[in-house]
Ligand binder design. Structure first.
Ligand SMILES: [Zn+2]
Length: 328
């Protein structure tokens, strides 16, 4: 699912749960193990990008980010004598560089910059899921999806088809709202027209049989005071409203108050992509998360876990830091 932003905070910070650990061990595996994982390769690519300039630097940066999206470990592909150019952002030049590292792994950096910490690759996630086949079965739907109405690439019917393939029971169409112009945000009028299209898609689904419901929703842009940009009347007919911050995402002060204000906005059901972090690009906001989660639980509201590989927002250790408070 989603993303956020800040304001000069008055909230308390808890050192023990600080978001910005300065350093972390690069390798999660034994140092004596020499096989590089995709996560290790991403870090090497990111470091190489910092040594290069211009187009080359951008190519390495892009490859580093893409490494989290590669569906298989590079080591497995090489073991099967497969080339690497089937991977996103890898051309012949990049393949050669990666092969060199695989043959002779460079010394690992002791630390990874905070902006690249705590991301796991898609290949690793799949490996973990393969060990726990019960987990994927618990996934029944997706409550954050963009369609062509804003900045998505598929129609609502296409999104529904993709959901059926995954055996989802529900999906929510959460196109951006009007003030997020860069993402083609929609206004009240378009939202209403979209509602008519969703109704048609739901009727067609029911006729064809599968148990899937397309929910009406929106990813409403919030200002730093937690206020949305759509008229409250336009939201009344929606099944869900997601509220997300898209500005002031580089603030370094504690942002707890901003999150609490968003959760207390009566029009909001879900807080979207809470930290606004992006791998090797933006570190994301900090807040007193136990306090934010406690407020979400008190108000019976949800906090998104955006699993897009280069976002992972909330990140896993943060999402898991207060299980007793049960943020949904
Ligand atoms: Zn967003």
């Amino acid at each position: 699912m989603i993303r956020i932003e800040p304001r000069a905070g008055t909230g308390r910070t808890r050192r023990g749960t600080s978001l910005h650990r300065k350093t972390a061990e690069l390798a999660t595996r034994d140092e004596s193990q020499s096989v590089l994982s995709n996560t290790d390769i991403a870090e090497l690519l990111a470091q190489q990008a910092e040594r290069e300039t211009g187009i080359l630097s951008r190519a390495f940066r892009r490859a580093a980010r893409s490494a989290f999206l590669w569906p298989k470990e590079v080591s497995d592909l090489l073991a099967q004598n497969r080339g690497l150019t089937e991977l996103r952002a890898v051309g012949p030049f990049m393949e050669k560089q990666i092969r060199n590292w695989m043959e002779k792994p460079p010394r690992r950096a002791k630390t990874v910059p905070a902006v690249r910490q705590d991301f796991i690759s898609l290949a690793e996630a799949r490996r973990r899921l393969a060990r726990r086949p019960a987990w994927p079965k618990k996934l029944h739907g997706d409550l954050q999806m963009h369609s062509r109405w804003s900045d998505g690439s598929g129609t609502i019917a296409e999104m529904a088809d993709a959901a059926k393939e995954r055996s989802y029971e529900y999906i929510a169409i959460t196109d951006h709202s009007k003030t997020l112009k860069i993402a083609g945000g929609i206004d009240e009028r378009a939202l209403k027209a979209q509602g008519a299209e969703i109704t048609k898609v739901n009727i067609a689904i029911r006729k064809s049989g599968p148990d899937l419901t397309v929910l009406r929703s929106i990813e409403m842009n919030l200002n730093p005071r937690g206020e949305g940009d759509m008229s409250p009347e336009s939201l009344v007919d929606l099944d869900l409203v997601l509220g997300s911050f898209h500005s002031s995402l580089r603030a370094t002060e504690n942002q707890t108050e901003r999150y609490l204000a968003a959760l207390r906005n009566p029009n909001i059901h879900i807080l979207g992509h809470p930290r606004g972090r992006i791998y090797n690009f933006r570190i994301g906001l900090k807040a007193d998360w136990p306090r934010v989660f406690a407020e979400a639980a008190r108000l019976d509201k949800a906090v998104e876990i955006d699993c897009y590989p280069d976002r992972q927002d909330l990140n896993r250790w943060l999402g898991g830091c207060t299980p007793s408070q049960d943020p949904r």
